[in-house]
Design a protein around this ligand. Structure first.
Ligand SMILES: Cc1cc2nc3c(=O)[nH]c(=O)nc-3n(C[C@H](O)[C@H](O)[C@H](O)COP(=O)(O)OP(=O)(O)OC[C@H]3O[C@@H](n4cnc5c(N)ncnc54)[C@H](O)[C@@H]3O)c2cc1C
Length: 332
């Protein structure tokens, strides 16, 4: 399996870490197999994506631009990806585990007659046999499962933050091509009536260096206002447990965990979160975990490096004051 494709779905702005990870996973696999990487950019992404894809190791960059891809719609994106994979004779196709990627991967695999694996954390190639060893966590991250794929084609959805990006080689050359696809807008089974952009507080959770996260223990939206103030002071972002999202206190896009985002900040401050295994799965990549919980027996303290047994209503305002005082002393 030598033809490796990294499928990138256009998004506003420059290429993000999510795309860099997909390109890096593809690069490492192609190195193991003695193959080559083609980055397929689906939709009208910023021009800089081409150079960035090359910098992350793609030998070829295929831009697929079509009027019908202007606004992401699953059926059209899948059809464009299918045609691109066939034209490039893709044997392994990596997609990001973003909302779009996860929607696209199984349908694309079905249309290509490919095997599909989601939540992949590593894919290593054996040049002698051409086989691909795929690793993915199971049992809520308590164990890893290893799958050996001996036959192409494969569609692999990479878990975000599972791999470190390869070294970016600015100025690296790649063959750049425009790939034409035939798309009929009537393929789309849904109509986009309206798009609402959620106001983002701080960096995307997947890219955040500091995350202040709240759970059911916050008791309501007001508790999150305190966390937002703290995160703002620390230059961080706010996340949440599923319980807090399900209550409607914060948007579902803030959810961290098994069915939410996987994050890897330097500091994860868990406030009023019990530490269920489904939540911990999402924070396995965090460097330092600090927990604030009024129950000293809360399981989160097993995962945390430091803990504060205290009511958040007492501790967080005090912490906010301390950070403000520190910043004032530093003249920031
Ligand atoms: C298939 C499946 C997938 C799931 N996916 C996810 C997921 O992606 N993410 C996720 O988070 N969960 C997920 N869950 C849900 C998970 O099992 C837990 O129910 C959830 O994480 C609990 O959220 P919580 O810790 O906020 O709430 P709780 O478990 O209710 O914990 C609240 C905590 O707040 C503390 N507390 C209460 N009051 C205060 C106070 N005043 N000050 C300080 N501490 C206080 C309590 O002591 C308690 O420890 C999933 C479950 C299933 C079955």
């Amino acid at each position: 399996m030598k033809n490796v494709v990294a499928l990138l779905i256009a998004a506003p702005g420059s290429l993000r870490r999510t795309e860099a990870e997909v390109l890096s996973a593809a690069r490492r696999l192609a190195d193991g197999l003695g193959g080559r990487v083609t980055a397929v950019i689906l939709g009208a992404a910023d021009e800089s994506w081409t150079a960035d894809a090359a910098a992350y190791g793609a030998e070829r960059v295929a831009r697929v631009e079509h009027a019908a891809l202007g606004s992401y719609q699953a059926e059209l994106a899948v059809e464009a990806a299918r045609q691109a994979c066939l034209a490039l004779q893709a044997e392994v196709c990596f997609v990001p585990s973003s909302t779009y990627g996860l929607e696209l991967a199984p349908v694309l695999a079905q249309k290509l007659g490919a095997a599909v694996v989601a939540d992949v954390t590593a894919a290593a190639g054996d040049a002698a046999t051409g086989a691909v060893k795929i690793t993915k966590p199971v049992y809520g991250g308590k164990a890893n499962s290893e799958l050996i794929a001996r036959q192409a084609p494969l569609v692999l959805a990479m878990r975000s933050r599972a791999v470190a990006p390869v070294e970016k080689k600015a100025g690296a050359a790649a063959e750049v091509m425009k790939l034409d696809v035939q798309l009929d807008a009537a393929l789309a089974k849904s109509t986009i009536v309206e798009r609402k952009t959620e106001a983002a507080g701080g960096a995307r959770l997947e890219d955040a260096r500091i995350i202040v996260s709240g759970g059911r223990g916050l008791g309501g939206r007001e508790g999150f206002a305190l966390l937002e103030e703290l995160a703002g002071l620390l230059g961080g972002s706010v996340g949440a447990s599923r319980a807090a999202c399900d209550q409607g206190w914060v948007p579902a896009s803030w959810q961290i965990g098994q069915t939410g985002k996987k994050v890897a900040p330097e500091l994860y401050l868990a406030v009023g979160i019990s530490g269920a295994s489904q939540h911990l799965v999402g924070i396995g990549g965090a460097k330092h975990i600090v927990a604030v919980n009024k129950d000293e027996k809360a399981p989160i303290f097993q995962a945390a490096e430091a803990g504060v047994v205290e009511d958040f209503k007492t501790f967080i305002p005090a912490l906010i004051q301390a950070v403000k005082k520190h910043k004032a002393a530093e003249g920031k």
